[in-house]
Write a protein of this length. Sequence first.
Lengths: 588, 171
Amino acid sequence: MARMMTGAEIVLEALAEQGVEDIFGYPGGAVLPIYDEIFKQNRVRHVLVRHEQGAAHAAEGYARSTGKVGVLLVTSGPGATNAVTGLTDALMDSIPLVCITGQVATQLIGSDAFQECDTVGITRPCTKHNYLVRDVNDLARILHEAFYVARSGRPGPVVIDIPKDVQFAKGSYLGANRIVHKTYRPQIKGNATAIRDAVDMIAGAKRPVFYTGGGVINSGPAASKLLREFVELTGYPITSTLMGLGAFPADDQKWLGMLGMHGTYEANLAMNQCDLMVNIGARFDDRITGRLDAFSPDSRKIHIDIDPSSINKTVKVDLPIIGDCAHVLEEMIRVWRARAPQADSAALKKWWAQIDTWRGRKSLQYKNRDDVIMPQYAIQRLYELTRDKDVYITTEVGQHQMWAAQYFGFKDPNRWMTSGGLGTMGYGIPAAIGVQAAHPQSLVIDIAGEASALMTIQELSTAVQHRLPVKIFILNNEYMGMVRQWQELLHDGRYSHSYSHSLPDFVKLAEAYHCVGLRAEKPAELDGMIREMIECPHPVVFDCRVHKLANCFPMIPSGAAHSEMLLAEDFEDDDIDYTVSDEGKAMV
Amino acid sequence: MTQNQNSIAQHTLAVLVDNEPGVLARVIGLFSGRGYNIDSLTVSETMHEKHLSRITIATTGSPMVIEQIRNQLERLVPVHGVTDLTVEGNPIARELALVKVVGKGDKRVESLRLAEAFRAQVVDASTEHFIFEITGRVSKIEQFITLMEPLGLAEVARTGIAAIERGPEAM
Ligand SMILES: Cc1ncc(C[n+]2csc(CCOP(=O)(O)OP(=O)(O)O)c2C)c(N)n1
Ligand SMILES: [Mg+2]
């Protein structure tokens, strides 16, 4: 017998049945019945944010650090439109979210009612799927379906738009186990023949490289374990995208560092010169490939991805395997073990020797100083002083993000939360709040830039209210550093509006929010201050004053090939003289 | 890459979808958002009990782009399946057009004669006009319309392509 409930009760019942413990949200007229139900129960905790974008990023941080679906609840009209950036971010980075939006009553839809917007129309291109619920009897099914769609296959955000009359109406509740999706059944297991062919290709490679991405993280902790096992079995070098950091430990000898626009010399050159590329859960993003026609010209390519539309999208591959990374890796390991292939050890020795010469360029080296904190040094110290801690890192977007990726050594999956595909400034603070809500005992640090932090700074209030002691570690260079760096390279140093003017005093700002403010200005005081931050049981804003004009290297300028990488040693900070092609300038 | 990889060609795709609100917007939004061409698009519920609609899309692109379109369509949650009819063989593809021709005298007689030759039906007429109904391949319809132009062509309504695979197999 189906139980009869109001729409609002159905929402809470379905959330509880889906195992949701925390949701992030902001109330308003069109979701009041749901808020009323939240008030009456204590199965689901509600974290009140200060802006709906924050709710979405917090849910993303929550999802990415736990592997569960992140949930947010916002009102109609401005509540929904404010969430759009976070939904788009989640779509680009394949983060499972369920976003419940209130809508004006069914009979008012289309009448330009107060706080009405076409939420399903607006969010159609920035969600994996969305629903407008017109009948309360569909609500339970849609809620369960939304969780299924959000987490299955390539994960992504799903919006459920619920008119206010549907929240009040009574209907029957259907349990999650009663629902089978009609059409959406992503392929999990890889094709057996393709897997055997892949093992043959891998065994016969002379200059192989593993190129891994966020898909390995999304596949779950088992995928990272299996990846480590397979890399160990083959002994081949491995690099990863920004989104994939942590799937393979950064202190392993086979780790080449991150690849791409700000990747290491050895990672990008290995990609450029390899004869076999094994892409596991990455998508040949333009930050990775650089100029497409010069991307890894002599290699054969294997591509493992759960999303068929990622195959042959920009780069033609020789052997696609559609399936979940963990399943495919498990099979590859099984086949490899059964065959015990003889690798070409002479060729591999030569390949490693070549990689070692590239490593010898020490592409992440920078000139440290004792009069001013170099941003790279600040990250290195942060890493060293938190190494033995249970730590999660989020970031904003800019140079600090790239330095964090380069100098913070990740050894486990789900510990690194960053906005990769969309590159959303303002992601880090709310994402850290979401992570902290899921891991109350852990150390959660947002490595921030001063410009980015100001985009969602109001979420400090959320952190204080819910006793979520996040640490906002700002590399304050008084510039939108990444913009300034591009202006230096592409626009002859005309720094149009990239100076962070009229900055607040971050220490006082922290105090105004009832957080703790700390400031470090000299390298000598850095360690002590970082320790103070780590020990502090409250939210902290750390104003780390760093060298204002430092640039992020290595760099493959837009439109250039991997072999045209710029290294720090090619430049001094003040005499950058490099010309980018017009074609390159047109790229982002 | 071989020559074939870069050759741009028209493909006709049959897409079976749940007939639910917004499904057409999803399909069209995918094409506009990702910059794919739509040469022709028709949609109608074809299986009423199952609430399934069939969308027939003619699109142009390189083999890589066509493969992308197919995969992107298949990724949409309400999509049951996509068949590239052009790859499967030489599909039966037909279009219907209603063609209004206004005129008197010789031109009027000539238009009627041509309509007979093209097996177009007269579905409405007065002493001043005809409305012809014509079905067939796109090329036949194009040709008919071109011929009607000097004879007083006033208005054309076309359905877009409906297409189906030859042989006994069903989608
Ligand atoms: C919402 C948003 N607006 C604009 C940009 C473009 N953008 C990329 S990096 C950047 C500067 C970031 O400055 P800051 O946070 O101080 O970081 P820094 O590069 O100095 O480390 C800007 C404006 C963006 N990524 N996101
Ligand atoms: Mg800055």
